[in-house]
Design a protein around this ligand. Structure first.
Ligand code: ATP
Ligand code: MG
Length: 600
């Protein structure tokens, strides 16, 4: 909390952020789009007869979990680049693709949440009246056909070793792999076996289809990778139509090529897979399936954010082990969680723009995300008063049943938003932290009078100047009540108010009017900045105080707040009426972020 200065300081911080965000992919795209092959793309057409924009990107999540803040970076990058280049000759677009080739781990629940998250971030997959929503499972027939093409060209074979044997003979970084005894099967035998695999004549694991590249290749990814396996499993879209499923490396590049993706942007862990990506597409090009310009893969550094996790698998573990209250727990770095916490789509886009895109792995501090939200909400969020840790203050010289109407602007820079009205009464709630029994040096708020000094003097914001006259303690010596007198000619906005110079300026609420409301104070989910790095068992670093539920007092106007409305509670931070648990007339607030970064 910023006690002495009620002024909001967030807008000043905007200037401190690096001016020009960098994105090396722009240079690559600029270079490519200047080449004739790309410039001629609008002369070519897709299967529906639509001209091809020179730039097509895609966002290709696997629907096996909820999207997280890392995915937001990829979404903003892919959809953002397409939006940026849309006005260039020939245009640009970003396809939305669900990479749903693993029937066992995927679910429509995830598909729906992914589409919802992308839309919420402000993007869509419409371009020129066409919907570019694709599912890798829509390509199963073509993928199968291309696998047969590869077999026919002697570039793929059916292997009948067990998974363990295949694994053992792959070798490692220091050791070359060994050829499978089935590597030299004839094209006819391979075709017949592959068709029988498809027809369901074998059980899971009996055979696989592998590319015939090189078992001695220095890059392990290139050692005859498996591209199809038998899985007698129900798929959420294709049902029981297939009992063989293509693997990621095979599916991904072909899906890109079928969609005429020009720039296939992914995270650095796929760098080793790029030669395989190129090998498959070039081999199919030589076989007459695809033509130039083929899609190219470009890697960028994934987002790592301190005090949280960006791995679907680990997030799933947090949910499964009930360390959090579900995928949309406001402490989760999932898009649903961040959204429920109170983040705006604009703040996430601002964050992604600020962190830029590079090739070097690094950690981004959580405070960068929080600052993006403050900078977005400062101008947008109406102000309100909340007392989070209430202490009763009694104005001894104010009449018992009296009241004095006061008001404050809804937003300091938007007078047109109007004012909020409240009453000054004899008993008010103040923040317990605004009083000290024994004031430390430099504490300019309330403290009782002592032998050598008068009691502390402050302005009750938008109200009167008061001076502390005494304090009442309970039997444990804890402060129970603070007493004060007020200066009737000091009311804010009246000519007399200038006669009072005080250093402290604190917020308050009339006891008679204040609304008792549940407020959830969220903090970092982990106490460690890098909870899952190295040997760390991330579960051991959960922050026990990441969620604190309190009953706070809010100003009376907050009774009619709608779920999802955001406010700045002055001197505290930004809060949102919880979208799920709030009820009409009974809001529940989540603290999205404090006004200042207080994390030590
Ligand atoms: P996770 O590692 O969390 O399981 P994933 O990579 O398996 O994520 P996908 O659904 O395959 O998840 O990812 C979809 C896209 O999002 C991919 O292009 C991937 O590179 C990108 N992506 C995933 N995590 C991050 C991250 N932390 N930062 C940036 N992009 C990411
Ligand atoms: Mg992945």
């Amino acid at each position: 909390m910023s006690p002495e200065s009620p002024k909001n300081t967030t807008s000043n911080k905007t200037k401190a952020i690096a001016a020009e965000p960098s994105n090396f992919l722009r240079q690559i795209i600029e270079h490519d789009l200047a080449q004739p092959l790309y410039q001629q793309r609008p002369l070519r057409h897709d299967a529906d007869g639509n001209a091809l924009p020179p730039l097509i990107t895609r966002f290709p999540p696997e629907p096996n979990g909820y999207l997280h803040i890392g995915h937001a970076k990829s979404i903003c990058l892919n959809f953002g680049l397409a939006a940026e280049y849309q006005s260039r000759a020939g245009g640009a677009r970003c396809n939305m693709r669900l990479d749903d080739t693993n029937p066992v781990k995927e679910d429509v629940e995830y598909v729906d949440s992914i589409l919802d998250a992308v839309r919420w971030l402000g993007f869509d997959w419409e371009a020129n009246g066409q919907t570019h929503l694709h599912y890798a499972s829509d390509y199963f027939a073509q993928l199968y056909q291309f696998a047969e093409v590869l077999i026919e060209h002697g570039k793929a074979y059916v292997d009948s070793q067990t998974a363990d044997e295949i694994h053992a003979k792959r070798g490692n970084f220091n050791q070359a792999g060994q050829n499978s005894p089935y590597r030299n099967r004839s094209v006819e035998e391979n075709l017949q076996l592959f068709r029988a695999m498809r027809a369901g004549e074998f059980s899971d694991g009996q055979h696989v289809l592998r590319l015939k590249i090189e078992m001695q290749h220095p890059n392990i990814v290139m050692r005859d990778p498996v591209i199809y396996r038998i899985r007698h499993a129900h798929h959420h879209r294709t049902g029981d139509q297939w009992c063989i499923y293509p693997l990621y490396d095979f599916t991904h590049c072909i899906s890109d090529a079928l969609e005429f993706v020009s720039h296939s942007i992914c995270t650095l862990e796929f760098e080793n897979n790029r030669p395989l990506y190129d090998w498959i597409l070039n081999t199919l090009k030589e076989a007459g399936v695809f033509s130039d310009p083929l899609p190219h893969q470009h890697e960028f550094a994934r987002l790592n954010l301190t005090y949280t996790l960006t791995s679907k698998r680990k997030l799933l573990q947090l949910v499964a082990e009930k360390c959090v209250d579900g995928w949309d727990d406001p402490r989760m770095p999932t898009i649903v969680g961040i959204r429920r916490r109170g983040y705006t789509p604009e703040s996430l886009r601002l964050f992604c723009e600020r962190i830029g895109v590079s090739k070097a792995d690094s950690w981004i501090d959580m405070s960068t995300l929080e600052q993006a939200l403050r900078d977005d909400l400062d101008a947008k969020a109406p102000r309100a008063t909340a007392v989070l840790k209430p202490l009763k203050l009694v104005i001894e010289n104010f009449p018992e049943n009296g009241s004095e109407a006061c008001s404050a602007p809804r937003h300091p820079h938007h007078p047109e938003w109007g004012k909020r009205e409240f009453n000054f009464t004899r008993e008010v709630w103040i923040e317990a932290d605004d009083f000290m029994l024994e004031p430390v040096k430099g504490f300019f708020r309330l403290y009782p009078p002592s032998n050598d000094q008068a009691g502390g003097r402050v302005r009750l914001r938008h109200g009167f100047v008061i001076e502390c006259t005494g304090v009442e303690l309970d039997s444990n010596g804890q402060v129970k009540q603070v007493n004060a007198r007020y200066f009737p000619d000091s009311k804010s906005g009246t000519p007399g108010s200038d006669n009072y110079k005080v250093k402290g300026n604190i917020h308050w609420l009339s006891v008679a009017e204040a609304l008792a409301v549940e407020v959830r104070l969220y903090d970092h989910l982990f106490t460690e900045p890098h909870p899952d790095s190295g040997e760390n068992n991330f579960l051991a670093h959960l922050n026990p105080n990441s969620k604190q539920i309190i009953t706070a007092y809010l100003e009376p106007s907050m009774k009619s707040v709608q779920a999802g409305e955001r406010f700045q509670f002055e001197r505290h931070g930004y809060f949102i009426a919880d979208a799920i648990d709030s009820q009409a007339g009974k809001p529940i607030f989540n603290r999205t972020v404090a006004l200042k970064d207080t994390w030590k």
